[in-house]
Ligand binder design. Structure first.
Ligand code: PLP
Length: 453
């Protein structure tokens, strides 16, 4: 039998991965997980500081989630929700409607987060057609944001480098500013944000023509670029602009929902009422693939007639096994008060990571809840300086990501914007895990700084 790493190198196309970088290196093969930790095939233990991919809220190795999947597979392993329904999907939809803010009561379940976003794009277009305003078709989102990889979702995504190989994309996807106070020309030297980043939405809507804009997609806290939290008043202003111009506000909570910010939905944490929420990842803590969108009663209304149909569906949408796992996961959230755990611990987590600001390489620490990012800078005394593409790449790919893994910490080093280290531990993490994250980052970032000098 060939070695697993050799087989992976030969046959497995790993996602968003430079396959060539494994030409002479072993592929890391993770074999099991327990709580906040995962183990590779050599028995090495790693702290999963990213919850897999912002997903494993309840931690690894939870038998109750595996048992829920097994029970459901035995009873009804698969059936579609095309003109039928099944108990796990109905129960889940009702529970999500109850948990979601305001009148968001209608739940459309998809296999993944990208499918949820794609569905929301299609929904917003069809909605305005049904409302007799067919020219409202454009969708807006923020620079540097990530919303998925299918052609519609990719058009919303605001990271030029991952879009260019696939252009031309879906037309009518317009970008607006991101609240990025650390590097903002308007407010970096002021006490507070001017909210010009929020006003940019109104400006772009005016420039495109309000009658052409269907919806704006934003994350409660933007991930790509490094945990861009909303400044005071930001969401109130965005909501006001959407109301003024009749533009649907889609809160893309694929990362933010299910406790990441200490509430079941990010919009609850930041106090705004979306028209539609997209979610995925944490709904099952990653034990089965599932995503979806939750639509307000007002928006669902035109689809409730005898003849009008939301023309969207997937074979694996609302998969019964995934829905059963999601229900068991929501039970676990309640039983163990995972949101409460985040609320109780988030301040100490942030304080600890902010201590790393004494390392010259660390320019900024941002984020809330169990979702933080450190922005790395070449010279803290010159905040306008950026790493060049090559220097950033050398720092992250040739040193930091390898060194962190060697030291036993899985986290994300990302240079889709300026270089950042992203942290998003399972929601069961506490002081022991935070201490390990801080000491490991301190060692590796200090070494990285010395290497640069
Ligand atoms: N939207 C956001 C905000 C995301 O972070 C992601 C993935 O990370 C997606 C959409 C796409 O989700 P998926 O990878 O499940 O397709």
């Amino acid at each position: 039998m060939a070695d697993l790493s050799d087989l992976a190198r030969r046959h497995l196309w790993m996602h968003f991965t430079r396959l060539g970088s494994f030409a002479d290196a072993e592929v890391p093969i993770i074999t099991r997980g327990e709580g906040c930790y995962v183990y590779d095939r050599h028995g090495n233990r790693y702290l999963d500081g990213l919850s897999g991919l912002f997903t494993v809220q309840a931690g690894h190795g939870r038998a109750e989630l595996a048992e829920a999947a097994a029970r459901q597979s035995e009873q009804l392993g698969y059936f579609p929700v095309w003109s039928f329904a099944h108990e796990p999907a109905i129960t889940l939809a009702a529970r999500l409607a109850h948990l979601a803010p305001g009148d968001l009561n209608r739940v459309f379940l998809t296999p993944t987060g990208g499918d949820a976003v794609e569905s929301a794009i299609k929904f917003s277009r069809q909605y305005w057609k049904l409302m007799g305003r067919p020219t409202k078709h454009k969708v807006m989102s923020r620079y540097l944001s990530y919303h998925g990889t299918s052609m519609g979702a990719l058009s919303l995504t605001g990271v030029p480098a991952i879009k260019q190989p696939f252009e031309p994309l879906v037309p009518g996807a317009v970008k607006v500013q991101t609240p990025y106070r650390y590097r903002c020309n308007d407010c970096m030297h002021l006490d507070g944000c001017t909210l010009r980043c929020a006003d940019d939405l109104a400006l772009r809507i005016e420039m495109e023509g309000p009658d052409t804009v269907a919806a704006v997609f934003m994350e409660p806290v933007q991930n790509t670029g490094g945990a861009f939290t909303p400044p005071d008043g930001y969401w109130a202003r965005v909501r006001e602009i959407c109301d003024e111009y009749d533009v649907l506000l889609v809160s893309d909570e694929v990362i933010a929902a299910f406790g990441r910010f200490g509430e079941m939905f990010g919009s609850i944490r930041y106090g705004y009422q979306p028209d539609l929420i997209t979610f995925a990842k944490g709904v099952t803590s990653g034990y089965a693939p599932l995503g979806g969108m939750i639509v307000s009663d007002r928006l669902a209304e035109p689809f409730l007639t005898e003849t009008d149909v939301f023309l969207q569906g997937q074979t694996f949408g609302a998969h019964p096994v995934s829905c059963a796992v999601a229900n068991a996961n929501l039970d676990l959230f309640e039983r163990e008060d995972l949101c409460g755990n985040v609320r109780r611990n988030e301040a100490s987590f942030k304080r600890l990571i902010e201590d790393l600001l004494d390392i010259p390489l660390v320019g900024d620490v941002r984020g809330d809840g169990y979702f933080l990012a450190l922005e790395l800078v070449p010279d803290k005394d010159k905040p306008d300086d950026h790493f060049t593409r090559d220097a950033g790449e050398d720092l992250l790919r040739n040193f930091l990501s390898l060194r962190l893994l060697e030291a036993g910490l899985v986290c994300r080093t990302d240079d889709r914007g300026d270089p950042v280290v992203q942290l998003s531990p399972p929601l069961v993490a506490g002081e022991t895990e935070f201490d390990f994250i801080e000491t490991t980052l301190r060692t590796c970032l200090t070494e990285a700084w010395k290497r640069m000098r």
